[in-house]
Write a protein that binds this ligand. Structure first.
Ligand SMILES: [Zn+2]
Length: 253
């Protein structure tokens, strides 16, 4: 399968500068997101009402409200209503799931794109140590960071992570049959396919010689797992995923 992918990518391109690609997945709205939207709207209404009671109502109108046989004057409870609305909004901001964060799966490994200026945070396949299932997410773990792929809002991203990991680094997958049963079926057209332009190579070490690669054009990447080698020390087979390397090693960019 990896062979077919490589020859297809190589078409029309110079010998070893291949286009690295990935899929970008935006979260699908799940129950938690809907709940946080509703709570946010309610909080805003309560806060607005509180501001009216506290600051905007005519002073001679105490806003009497009849609750059963009791008569309550809202006019002197404005600060409580403001507080309640503000509290709900604060909880929504603290606890709401992220609507914007996209997940990336492809030649650059698994990545998180929060839409900020600093670019995507990536875990190259060669840096992934373990892929397992938690209560509600696929956990992709590296040495220094882990990426959570929620099964409800990012079902296709999770399915694609496992499919690509099976082709690239099957030894790190620690999923039971039951875990696999919780994954969605891979949809071929899922996500938005795009070129990868922002992988950071400089400062990483050659896997074969431990030499620091300070000049990006000197780097060669394993097309299967993304492992990095200095151009003078590319082995015949990748030392991380054992995939064929040699002439197949990719330049960066
Ligand atoms: Zn490799």
């Amino acid at each position: 399968m990896a062979e077919g992918k490589r020859s297809r990518k190589a078409k029309g391109e110079s010998k070893s500068t291949l286009t690295r690609k990935e899929r970008r997945f935006l979260p699908v709205r799940d129950a938690r997101m809907t709940a946080s939207l509703v709570a946010g709207a309610l909080g805003s209404v309560v806060l607005g009402a509180g501001v009216y009671i506290q600051f905007l109502r005519p002073t001679d109108n105490m806003l009497p409200v009849k609750l059963g046989s009791q008569l309550i004057e809202l006019g002197d409870k404005g600060s409580y209503v403001v507080g309640a609305g503000a509290l709900v909004l604060a909880l929504v901001i603290l606890l709401a799931p992220d609507f914007e964060t996209a997940l990336l799966v492809g030649d650059g490994g698994v990545g998180v794109d929060e839409g900020g200026d600093e670019g995507a945070r990536r875990l190259l396949w060669c840096d992934i140590q373990e892929i397992r299932m938690s209560a509600d997410a696929l956990v992709v773990k590296g040495e220094e960071q882990k990426i959570l792929v929620p099964l409800s809002s990012q079902a296709q991203a999770a399915a694609w992570v496992v499919r690509e990991a099976e082709e690239r680094i099957p030894s790190v997958i620690e999923l039971s049959e039951g875990d696999r049963g919780r994954l969605a079926k891979v949809e071929e057209g899922a996500g938005e396919e795009r070129k990868i332009t922002d992988i950071q190579i400089a400062g990483r070490r050659c896997r074969a010689t431990d030499r620091v690669i300070s000049y990006e054009p000197d780097a060669r990447l394993c097309p299967r797992c993304g492992e990095i080698y200095h151009k003078d020390s590319v082995p015949e087979a990748c030392m991380t995923c054992e995939g064929p390397l040699g002439d197949a090693a990719e330049r960066v960019g």
